[in-house]
Design a protein around this ligand. Sequence first.
Ligand code: ADE
Length: 423
Amino acid sequence: MSRPTIEYHVRDLSLAPEGIKRIQWAAREMPVVSLIRQRFAKERPLEGIRIAGCLHITTETANLALCLKDGGAQLALCASNPLSTQDDVAAALVAEYGIPVFAIRGEDPEIYYQHIRHALDIVPHITLDDGADLVTTLHKERPHQAREVIGGTEETTTGVIRLRSMAQQGALLYPIIAVNEASTKHLFDNRYGTGQSTIDGITRATNILWAGKTVVVAGYGWCGRGVAMRARGLGAKVIITEVDPVKALEAAMDGFMVMPMAQAAPLGDIFITLTGDINVIDRPHLEKMKDGAILANSGHFNVEINIPALEEMSVRKERIRPHVDEYQLADGRRLYLLGEGRLINLAAAEGHPPSVMDMSFANQALAVEYLARLKERLSPAVYNVPKEIDDQVARLKLASMGIQIDALTEEQRRYLSSWEEGT
Ligand code: ADE
């Protein structure tokens, strides 16, 4: 039974008309989700399924929500980051589309978790998460609710890491599909999405010229690669810091300078963290940075830059532009922290563009359908998106782009499966 304690909590319902227009604009660039939505509206595979979604409340997420709703699901949504909600979208989802949303841009951590609890009040059969805060809250505070859950999906690298550690420790109570692990997710969203939207966020916040700047990118996973590639494309000199020797080697052979953060600290004009780990920019690094250095994070949580240390080192802090805090240090240097160290692409820009979220959210929608159609429950573990779903998303995306590809001939298929034939 659905037992919402309150119906919704958004900033201002009068923002809905703007949100509707922006949701529709994003839909134009989300052809794969639109196709799935049309099929869902006919087949109603999610009839009777309750879904709690903890996702960034954006125009793209709204299109996913509408797809699931047309599939027959009953939804409640909350934010997966206190600073990423687009308040007009939250208003539109409630006022125009009748989807309960609990999300207000700038909410404090207490309200953030209250909102997660409100979304959980729907008593979901399926959970959608981006960072695993909803799943961990359910496990810590309402483990009895896990009995109702068929399974969940997880959108992001950080969430998958947390959920795998829960599974390893035997703490995970229901199965999760790691959407992030689909090729049509991380190769595109993490690389091209984060690459573009991170540069977009930093540019909107600061209006800096990238050409000629020294940019330090911490982490050479798919997100870091995307940012490094785009910063180089704009004429920046890019330094990579890494802890993984293979990734560091790839970065070096991709033509980037690679060095420890301690060496990069005095060189960088702009620092961007995308590691998923804590204190990647720590006090000793802050102590060596140039006057005027800009610090931004594009990893999921605001822990990658040691903000408490920055606060301690400062004699004054002032917001000098939206999303830009100037920290005046005791020695006279000024450091600029963007977006309070939260995901800069969503804090200062609009997150990834819809065309790339189209693939991530097509995987989400098809993974939800897969869970809903299961004849038998999966055991609690972290699962990959079935390969057929990944391939289907790629084919639909190619078709939407008007791109055709070859198919193996019978001869080629035989050749690939034979081992006798050599030189
Ligand atoms: N993550 C990154 N960009 C996003 C977007 N535009 N919508 C939802 N989640 C996102």
